[in-house]
Design a protein around this ligand. Structure first.
Ligand code: GLA
Length: 431
């Protein structure tokens, strides 16, 4: 049998340069406060939910004790409203003393002791979006050094209250300043989101050289319509966005809202699958202390995580947009594997979609298919054989596809699937 080679055009994009701090070779995973907890600073009346060290320690405990950390969810990220309204006597940012009485270094140690990492939030401008002290150009070095001294592992630098010129200067300057501290601090840039996300205003080559990830577009909210809005923007603009991603440099469509109030189970599976196609950072913004079991199952699905975290780091694309409301996505993965996602934008009932791997551009051959959400292998499939998938309204069917075992020229069995399966999937019995 001839070796099966899935068309690999997208791989061409992986050779570009990334920020040289060696971090985030696969999309970062963890937890981020903003979408779920916003700027709740009322610890007197809402002690469990206010932005305070307790909230971050609670989430760290859950990540460490409930199986998240082992799956890769290691960042615990503070967002806006953590700081005091004034800088200290030396011009350094300081946390609100009432809500963070132990200080940030102690919080960072808390994370590190548990094998986790601590992220923090700043804003390149006079104020953060929530009105807290910002990082004007003259404060960039001070703030980078402060974060490094505190043991911070990641900085999200927002762009409220700054203009295009400040941003053009400030975002690269902060990148340099972080590197100059000698501490490896991952760098998330909101810059493109403030410039409309598209060239000529946005230069994705430059972003890849200075940032590990970047917000391209607006804020996610707790609703399915918000996901669709983000999704539409990212895939309408995929020709621009998709080649920008690669190891160490990721597009960020914003947080996962799975486990909050706005999504059904099908929609939760869809967000996770589409974020995996996009090689997106997986920052959950939910309450891990009271997560329901169905959301947990989606967020902890090993197959979808493995696909998101594929070491090639090639972002996927939408291949097909049918009039019926069915859309098909494809992402190449390492070892000749790939993922296919069938997504339904319909609002009526499960839709039976008929196609074949050949129609999805697969080269001739026999393939093994693993259904990621059913968590089981399907019968092997010839490229030319038509099949039918039943896709729930606003839901997905997600497949991990790999060439059937075959003999290489040296007589050894070609077994890419086993490597993937070894770590993440239950090995199919027929392999
Ligand atoms: C902006 C960002 C959000 C969040 C808020 C905080 O809107 O895009 O992700 O950080 O600011 O105020």
């Amino acid at each position: 049998m001839t070796p099966v080679v899935v068309v690999f055009v997208l791989a061409l994009s992986a050779g570009t340069l990334a920020l040289d701090n060696g971090l985030m070779r696969t999309p970062p995973m963890g937890w981020l406060a903003w979408e779920r907890f916003r700027c709740d600073i009322d610890c007197d009346h809402d002690p469990k939910n206010c932005i305070s060290e307790n909230l971050f320690m609670d989430m760290a405990d859950r990540l460490a004790e409930d199986g998240w950390r082992e799956l890769g969810y290691v960042y615990v990220n503070i967002d806006d409203c953590w700081s005091s309204m004034q800088r200290d006597a030396n011009g350094r940012l300081q946390p609100d003393p009432k809500r963070f009485p132990g200080g940030i270094p102690r919080l960072a140690r808390y994370m590190h002791d548990r094998g986790l990492k601590l992220g923090i939030y700043g804003d390149l401008g006079t104020h953060t979006c929530g009105g807290y002290p910002g990082t004007t150009l003259d404060k960039i070095q001070t703030d980078a050094q402060t974060f490094a001294d505190w043991g911070i592992d990641m900085l999200k630098l927002d762009g409220c209250y700054s203009n295009a010129t400040d941003q053009e200067q400030g975002y690269p300057l902060m990148s340099k300043a972080l590197n100059a501290t000698g501490r490896r601090i991952a760098y998330s840039c909101s810059w493109p989101a403030y410039q409309g996300g598209l060239p000529p205003k946005v230069n994705y080559t430059q972003l890849g050289e200075i940032c590990n990830l970047w917000r391209n577009y607006g804020d996610i909210q707790d609703s399915w319509s918000s996901i669709l809005n983000i999704y539409d923007w990212f895939f309408t603009n995929q020709d621009i966005i998709q080649p920008a991603a690669g190891p160490g440099r990721w597009n960020d469509p914003d947080m996962l809202i799975i486990g909050d109030y706005g999504l059904s189970v099908a929609q939760s599976q869809a967000q996770m699958a589409l974020w995996a196609i996009m090689a997106a950072p997986l920052f959950m913004s939910n309450d891990l202390r009271s997560l329901d079991s169905r959301s947990r199952a989606v967020l902890q699905n090993k197959g979808v995580i493995a696909i998101n975290q594929d070491p090639l780091g090639i972002q996927g694309r939408r291949l097909i947009k049918e009039k019926s409301g069915i859309e098909v996505f494809w992402r190449p993965l390492s070892d000749g594997a790939s993922t296919v996602v069938f997504f339904s934008r319909r609002e009526d009932m499960p839709y039976r979609y008929q196609t074949s791997l050949k129609k999805l551009n697969y080269t001739a051959g026999v393939y093994q298919v693993y259904d990621v959400y059913q968590e089981k292998p399907l019968p092997s499939l010839k490229d030319s054989t038509d099949f039918v998938v039943s896709i729930n309204p606003s839901g997905v069917v997600m497949w991990y596809v790999y060439p059937a075992k075959q003999t290489l020229s040296d007589g050894k069995l070609y077994g890419p699937a086993r490597r993937h399966h070894g770590k993440y999937f239950a090995p199919p019995t027929h392999l």
